[in-house]
Design a protein around this ligand. Structure first.
Ligand code: TA6
Length: 308
């Protein structure tokens, strides 16, 4: 597309709040509410910008991925790597990746991608709407036997709801995670409250079952799968901010920070990136995988808000 044609194209986008992008792989057309705009930098990689009286956020069609979100009077809640790669087939490092329809490695096929297919594909845009409470997005994805709907509610709280649907005549087994990267002042000055007494699988080194003995703090790499559906608090002692993290349909809570070596090994994360985030995930992991019977739905959700 020539630069003149390109700029006409984006004029049309802004005038009508409508967008058409044609690439080899997908065609989309959308009507957007007033508080949602498409970022006009790359028509083959649509990003929605939300400026609503309740919140400011960005959502990528790729992965149906919340890249950033903050209530209007607040600092950014999510961490997004400054070297994240925005490219079809590559998961965005930061924000809220949607890991589906399996968590970590595929249970049977080592050649399948880690954390499923949802974070490395464009989703189908279904609708976006606004009200006094905020903006709601609906996305869908179907691939083979896998079918899902994703609902994003962006307002003073952020809610991500993932529904696995089973339109097939056979049961489908699903696991996964809503995998937010939370921005922190400094990883060594944060605490995760409400995991005390919970059993977990510590996957750093040889996987080992343990029991959480106290409030969780970070002094090295953490990659733990808790058998816990508790709500949690993430307390940032430097900024004084506390986040409330509520989950539903999630028998597992995963906590991850890559620390020094793994941070340096990840090309889409700065070497000292680990200091600026921790992941607390609403998950269905390992032996907690759910059998979704034909004609039924399995919902997994996370709600993030700032404690007063
Ligand atoms: O959910 C925790 C985890 O599976 C960790 O083991 C760690 O590898 C992280 O997710 C990030 O995975 P990724 O594939 O995005 O590099």
């Amino acid at each position: 597309m020539s630069s003149a044609a390109r700029s006409d194209y984006f004029d049309v986008i802004h005038r009508n709040h409508e967008y058409s992008a044609i690439s080899v792989t997908y065609v989309i057309r959308m009507n957007l509410p007033q508080s949602v705009q498409l970022v006009a930098s790359d028509p083959s990689y649509p990003i929605f910008e939300i400026n609503h009286p309740t919140c400011v956020a960005r959502v990528a069609l790729h992965g149906a991925h919340v890249m950033s979100w903050r209530p209007v009077e607040e600092e950014e809640v999510l961490y997004l790597s400054p070297v994240a790669v925005l490219k079809e087939g590559k998961a965005i490092r930061g924000g809220v990746p949607v890991c589906w329809p399996w968590f970590n490695a595929h249970p049977a096929d080592p050649d399948m991608p880690s954390h499923g297919i949802a974070r490395t594909r464009f989703w189908n845009f279904v609708a976006a709407s606004e009200s006094d409470e905020g903006v709601v997005f609906n996305f869908e994805m179907t691939e083979g036997i896998w079918s899902a709907a994703l609902i994003l509610k962006l307002g003073e709280a952020l809610e991500v709801i993932l529904e696995t649907r089973n339109p097939n005549e056979i049961p489908v087994v699903v696991s996964g995670a809503l995998h937010p990267y939370f921005a922190v002042s400094d990883i060594e000055h944060v605490r995760i409250v409400n995991l005390d007494g919970e059993e977990y699988l510590d996957t750093v080194g040889k996987p080992t079952r343990r029991v959480q003995k106290s409030v969780l703090t970070f002094k090295g790499e953490v990659d733990s799968i808790y058998d816990s559906s508790n709500s949690l608090l993430l307390v940032d002692d430097l900024s004084g901010r506390t986040l409330l993290i509520e989950k539903s349909g999630s028998p597992s809570t995963v906590v991850w920070n890559p620390w020094v070596e793994k941070s340096a090994a990840l090309e889409d994360l700065p070497d000292d990136g680990y200091r600026k985030f921790c992941c607390i995930e609403a998950a269905i992991a390992n032996d907690k995988a759910v059998i979704v019977m034909p004609g039924t739905v399995c919902a997994l959700s996370i709600k993030i808000s700032i404690e007063e």
